[in-house]
Design a binder for this molecule. Structure first.
Ligand SMILES: Nc1ncnc2c1ncn2[C@@H]1O[C@H](COP(=O)(O)OP(=O)(O)OP(=O)(O)O)[C@@H](O)[C@H]1O
Ligand SMILES: [Mg+2]
Length: 312
């Protein structure tokens, strides 16, 4: 895989406080890389450094093998930024906002017009292009913020919590737009607090806590690495006589919980034992109504790694 950005040993302090502590990671072409972390983890700081908005004390950032410090102008041309705080002009219309930002990237004339329309169309605001931003809902402003960042068709788009505090419809719109951008070949770096967004859009995840990267992988690999167990949930017709001890004789079974109409069996993931478990239930003449398997959620992964809930 081709890394378009390589960060190596990045360090940033505010006074005595080290907020980014020698982190290293790459951003691969075409991926949606999600930055996940609790408040104060250092996500925005890292992203703002990448965007050239903040300086840093240590480490190297490379864009296609060129040191960004020496080629900042070129790098910025290929990048679009959706900051955590809205960066739009309330008194300008949607179209004027997008035109303004796109012109900063050197677009002029016909191209500027066409790409402005395209971006507005893309975020679903074309019909409202002549209305002032201040008349927009929070979700519409967020979408406008995105249009401003993508009109010049950058190679890489960096988004810092673009869905905070908006209605579900706008959120869905934004998430599906991001997937579309990714399909069109853009690379996306996305930070969020919302686990379900990461589940939905990420192709890879970096988990950050207290200025360091504590885990990295796809959602599947993270769940796989961190949890070696899974649970079989058997919905059964109530049976007083079902003897749970029998299940412990099956290889891999760690824990058996019996509730009125539910049997929860925790077992090692790499042992194939479902047939034996079912055989025990059938032998006891208990009727199985439903059966499903539960594996760890990203929320579980996060909690296990950081000891914190994301919505603290
Ligand atoms: N200008 C600043 N001066 C001093 N400390 C700062 C400054 N900006 C950020 N920090 C500190 O740096 C740390 C990382 O902050 P940052 O904004 O990068 O976190 P974050 O992961 O983006 O959090 P959030 O999820 O709340 O947006 C925090 O402890 C914060 O208090
Ligand atoms: Mg932040």
């Amino acid at each position: 895989m081709e890394a378009i950005i390589k960060v190596d040993g990045l360090e940033k302090s505010y006074g005595e406080k080290k907020v980014v502590q020698k982190i290293s990671f790459g951003v691969n072409k075409g991926e949606i890389l999600c930055f996940l972390g609790p408040n104060g983890a250092g996500k925005s700081t890292t992203i703002n450094i990448l965007c050239g908005l903040l300086g840093y004390e240590g480490g190297v950032i490379k864009y296609k093998d060129k040191d960004v410090k020496k080629h900042l102008k070129e790098f910025k041309r290929h990048m679009g930024v959706v900051p955590q705080e809205l960066a739009i002009y309330e008194d300008l219309s949607a179209e004027q906002n997008v035109r303004f930002f796109a012109s900063l990237y050197g677009l002029r004339g016909r191209e500027l017009e066409e790409k402005t329309d395209k971006a507005l169309e893309f975020v679903g605001l074309y019909e409202k292009k002549n209305e002032k931003a201040k008349t927009f809902s929070g979700g519409m402003k967020r979408r406008l913020n995105i249009a401003c960042a993508i009109a010049h068709e950058p190679e890489l788009v960096i988004m810092d919590e673009p869905t905070v505090g908006i209605d579900p419809q706008s959120r869905n719109h934004i998430l599906s737009s991001i997937k579309k951008l990714s399909k069109s070949g853009m690379t996306i770096l996305y930070t969020t607090h919302y686990m379900e967004e990461v589940e939905e859009i990420s192709s890879r995840i970096l988990i950050m806590d207290s200025g360091t990267i504590i885990a990295e992988g796809t959602k599947e690999s993270l769940k796989e690495e961190i949890f070696e167990e899974r649970q079989f949930i058997l919905e059964v017709e109530e049976d007083e006589d079902l003897n749970t001890d029998e299940f412990y004789k099956v290889e891999g079974v760690k824990k058996v919980e019996k509730k009125a109409e539910e049997l929860i069996i925790t077992t090692l993931k790499n042992v194939e034992n479902l047939d034996k478990i079912i055989a025990i239930v059938i032998d006891s003449k208990t009727k199985i109504v439903n059966l499903y398997c539960r594996t760890a959620s990203l929320e579980n992964v996060f909690l296990r790694l950081t000891g914190k809930s994301l919505r603290d």
